[in-house]
Write a protein that binds this ligand. Sequence first.
Ligand code: TMP
Length: 215
Amino acid sequence: MTSGILSGRGKFITLEGGDGSGKSTQSRLLQAFLKEKGADCLLTREPGGAPGADEIRELILTGEPERWDAVGETLLFYAARRNHLRLTIEPALAAGRFVISDRFADSTMAYQGYGNQLGVAAVQKIHDFAIGDFAPDLTFILDLPAEEGLRRTEGRLHNEDRFEKMDLSFHERLREGFLSIARENPARCFVLDASRPVGDIQAEMREQLDQRLFR
Ligand code: TMP
């Protein structure tokens, strides 16, 4: 590893945003960038990313929207997240690696807290109990009008579509949720306009990463 900041604990970077916002593509490009810089970087995603968590992913993301209510779903996301943190993220950070996660806790606040209207206080309580004050070092929020995001997911062939089946107002609420999280956590969160070309978005992310984590 060549990066000066990696003398000790690694850094945790998360990508957040609505369905179809391009997080997965951007995560892979960011991992490639870090590797070019000589940094050891693990790319992971939620829900999933650890034994047990991947099974929970299947439970949550498939089937009809009514399969779980907001409380049950939130508990499942946090059960998965706890394993992800304990078995994958923490060991990698302790070894001095960068970790990029395609979604993390802000997704639960946005989707369940705002989208499903469980409320900020209820989600925060579960968060505090399950993972305490652990937080990413940097969070990129890919912002896109809900309609545009849903349009982009339309052609996708997969069965993990429980949330894509939610109505437009759900997706509009969760978009507002992400923006509100960003306003409340300005030091950690950086919002990007995700309607632009992939390369433009990535360039802005790399610039932010350089400024915030490499200087
Ligand atoms: P993705 O792998 O396409 O991002 O799909 C994950 C889906 O799960 C997506 O629709 C967002 C949703 N989700 C939540 O509702 N809450 C969460 O905490 C997480 C991590 C994901």
